[in-house]
Design a protein around this ligand. Structure first.
Ligand code: HEM
Length: 170
């Protein structure tokens, strides 16, 4: 991220929540430099052994990491995480998924990716996969990362349990 070369993109505070007494809507305003990541996987073009390797060796490790961030991520700066399977217009599952998470700071996300056992395990599974398949690999992976100014984001909740999304952070 070019701005990261001259700006540490540090969080400017902590999230705050405000409830509108009339509607019951809870608005959560995170600090500036909230970091969002969408980390996507697509195995549409994989077949045979490659498909078995992704679904058998990589996906379960990814799922364990996604479950950790969903259930216990707050301790490492992850406010909320969802592991999502993409469906088509009839509701049938496609061969695409993504993890979507919101982080206290880009530094917390990087620290998790660099050293937490759950992402280290994902990284190792990926290295084994890629060294087995080499350039023939048909798995597609991507990251989309966004770091957002304080005034340009808010999250609203109505009738949700108190660990839904960013509510867990307040
Ligand atoms: C099948 C799923 C995944 C695989 C195979 C994978 C694999 C990898 C690998 C190999 C790297 C090192 C890249 C490099 O050295 O340039 C990496 C970095 C990283 N991963 Fe993952 N990962 C997966 C899922 C995720 C998820 C779900 C997240 C976040 C929720 C994530 C966050 C990151 C971040 C932040 C980095 C560091 C990027 C950087 O600083 O350049 N990864 N991952």
């Amino acid at each position: 991220m070019p701005q990261g070369q001259t700006d540490r993109l540090e969080p400017t505070g902590e999230p705050v929540a405000e409830t509108d007494p009339a509607s019951g809507v809870i608005t959560v305003r995170p600090p500036g430099n909230l970091c969002l990541i969408r980390s996507g996987q697509e195995w549409t073009e994989t077949e045979g052994d490659e498909r078995a390797l992704y679904l058998g060796d990589v996906e379960p490790v990814l799922r364990a990491g996604m479950d950790f961030l969903r259930d216990d991520g707050l301790a490492v700066g992850c406010y909320a995480n969802r592991y999502v399977r993409v469906t088509d217009e009839t509701g049938a599952e496609t061969d695409k998924s993504f993890g979507l998470s919101g982080w206290h700071s880009p530094a917390d996300l990087e620290a998790w990716a660099e050293s937490h056992p759950t992402h280290v395990a994902i990284f190792r599974a990926a290295m084994k996969y890629l060294s087995t398949l080499g350039p023939a690999a048909n798995l597609r992976l991507y990251h989309e990362v966004t770091v957002i100014d304080a005034g340009r984001q808010e999250f609203r909740y109505l009738g949700c349990h108190d660990r839904t999304g960013l509510l867990r952070a307040v």
